[in-house]
Design a protein around this ligand. Structure first.
Ligand SMILES: Nc1ncnc2c1ncn2[C@@H]1O[C@H](COP(=O)(O)OP(=O)(O)O)[C@@H](O)[C@H]1O
Ligand SMILES: O=C(CO)[C@@H](O)[C@H](O)COP(=O)(O)O
Length: 476
């Protein structure tokens, strides 16, 4: 049977999965790390992709490949195809004032009217994560780099273009070969998920001119070919790819716990949340993907484990040894500022300390409860937009932790399904590649376990306490 490859070029690493296109059986896999930071030169992603492909045994026998990538990152190319400056990533908050300006401008000085206008035209109210706000930042702070920018694309678009043999020095004609898909384009702020069209007026008002942007190809269309002859699929934003990887259907809400925390659902209709909590993205199949994204997820576990001098596994054990509610400790995890709610300058906080509850176990549990409560707020925002949540599907690196699974079930108040450990973004990309080969998406099995909260399906009391302190953080 033909083999297909799926790639997840995420914030922290690059993962390659090779599967049998008919059965979905795992054949080989590989990975490589990305550098830290919210400003990264795309060449590092290309190097990591080469390493991960080699680690996975190469692509010589692979017939089709698709890439899922971290969303929103601003990749600027000059006329010759060279990268103009390091990419600003989704978690870089320096363009927060530009997001505010864009909202105010759309409402002729009235931010409420401006937010409604953005929600209606693009589906999403701008925050610092969106590519459009980064373009405005570039034009304002580095006008010479903005003027040199002949094309703008996203991490997955750029990697697909490199995989097709384009790159630095391939010239202006090669810029016309940039391809993307609707799911990733919908996270730029200069594309309407509803009409499927770019908004050149937004590009002009942010960058100062209209650059080349990747052509948007259909869900199973061929976007190019590798020099070795493998078909390149359209790819997708990583969240949309994860939706494909777990075969999410209407009624499922996927919660991904990685560097970002995301809460999203496949929906038949577009969403236009003027409050800005829910982004009105598109999915990778022709439907929509209303999504709430937080900036603070597994890095809170990483930093708490480092502080306590334990491994992540030990951190989970410690958390599970503490009582629900962490003995009265509450962590609001806005360590890196926050995107949902939109508080780019916020900091994290720890509340309810007493001499008796200040223990490693309570601190560990408070970190998990804080992150999962912030995602419960994202879930509530989706539900407020009319999304039905019959089941949560938990994915991402953090989902492998038993503490995350247990506390998620208590915080969300909805049955939780945890697919067996895997790389669901790369799997979704591989499933898309198989669809490109066959003309239709294959049905690949998704095995996993159901996790129920000990106290049934009512959200736990610690969520109420968390919300009180999170509201305080919003006022501060
Ligand atoms: N047992 C665990 N407990 C908690 N977190 C974990 C565990 N195993 C992995 N992780 C977290 O998973 C994260 C990586 O997840 P991943 O989804 O690959 O991230 P990204 O897609 O953002 O690069 C790491 O930051 C790590 O903290
Ligand atoms: O900004 C968003 C979604 O809007 C993030 O979900 C990024 O797409 C990064 O994802 P991870 O690397 O954390 O998986």
């Amino acid at each position: 049977m033909p083999l297909v490859a799926g790639i997840d070029s995420s914030t922290q690493s690059c993962k390659v999965i090779i599967r049998d296109s008919a059965t979905g059986a795992l054949v080989r896999q590989g990975r490589a790390s990305h550098p830290e930071g919210s400003e990264v030169h795309p060449e590092h992603w290309w190097t990591a992709l080469q390493e991960a492909i080699t680690d996975a045994g190469g692509f010589d026998d692979v017939d089709a490949v698709s890439i899922g990538g971290q969303q929103h990152g601003m990749v600027c190319l000059d006329e010759s195809g060279d990268v103009v400056r390091p990419a600003l990533l989704w978690n870089d908050t320096r363009s927060a004032p530009d997001a505010e300006d864009l909202i105010r401008e759309a409402g002729d000085g009235d931010s409420v009217a401006g937010a409604a206008q953005w929600a209606s035209s693009t589906g999403t109210v701008p925050v610092a994560s969106l590519t459009a706000t980064k373009l405005r930042w570039l034009a304002r702070n580095e006008p010479e780099n903005a003027a040199r920018t002949a094309a703008v694309c996203l991490p997955h678009d750029w990697l697909s273009w490199r995989l097709a043999g384009n790159g630095p020095g391939t010239g202006p004609a090669s810029l016309e070969l940039l391809r993307t898909d609707r799911s990733d384009a919908s996270g730029t702020g200069y594309f309407s998920a509803t009409t499927g069209e770019y908004l050149p007026e937004v590009l002009r008002s942010t960058l100062g001119h209209v650059p080349v942007v990747p052509t948007v190809v259909g869900p199973l269309e061929v976007a190019g070919k590798t020099p070795g002859g493998a078909l390149i699929g359209p790819g997708a934003g990583d969240n949309a790819a994860a939706g494909l990887g777990v075969s999410a259907a209407v009624g499922d809400v996927v919660i991904s716990i990685g560097t970002s925390g995301t809460v999203f659902a496949v929906s038949k209709g577009s969403s236009h949340d003027a409050s800005g909590l829910v982004a009105g993205f598109a999915d990778a199949t022709g439907n929509y993907l209303p999504l709430a994204c937080t900036l603070n997820a597994t890095r809170i576990f990483d930093s708490t484990a480092a502080l306590l001098g334990v491994t992540l596994h030990e951190l989970g054990d410690l958390a599970l040894s503490a009582p629900e509610g962490s003995g009265g400790l509450t962590m609001v995890p806005y360590f890196e500022g926050e995107r949902t709610p939109n508080l780019p300058n916020a900091t994290g906080s720890l509340h309810g300390l007493t001499l008796s509850n200040y223990t490693p176990a309570n601190l560990a549990r408070a970190a998990f409860e804080g992150v999962l409560c912030s995602l419960a707020d994202g879930l509530a925002a989706l539900q407020a937009q009319g999304v039905a949540a019959q089941r949560i599907i938990l994915v991402g690196g953090g989902a492998q932790s038993e503490a995350v699974q247990q506390i998620a079930a208590a915080a969300f108040g909805v049955p939780v399904f945890v697919p067996k450990p895997g790389e669901y973004v790369a799997d979704g990309a591989a499933r898309q590649a198989a669809g490109v080969l066959a003309g239709t998406l294959p049905d690949w099995p998704v095995e996993g376990v159901n996790v129920r909260a000990r106290n049934g399906d009512a959200p736990a009391a610690f969520l109420t306490t968390y919300r009180r302190y999170a509201a305080k953080a919003a006022i501060d």
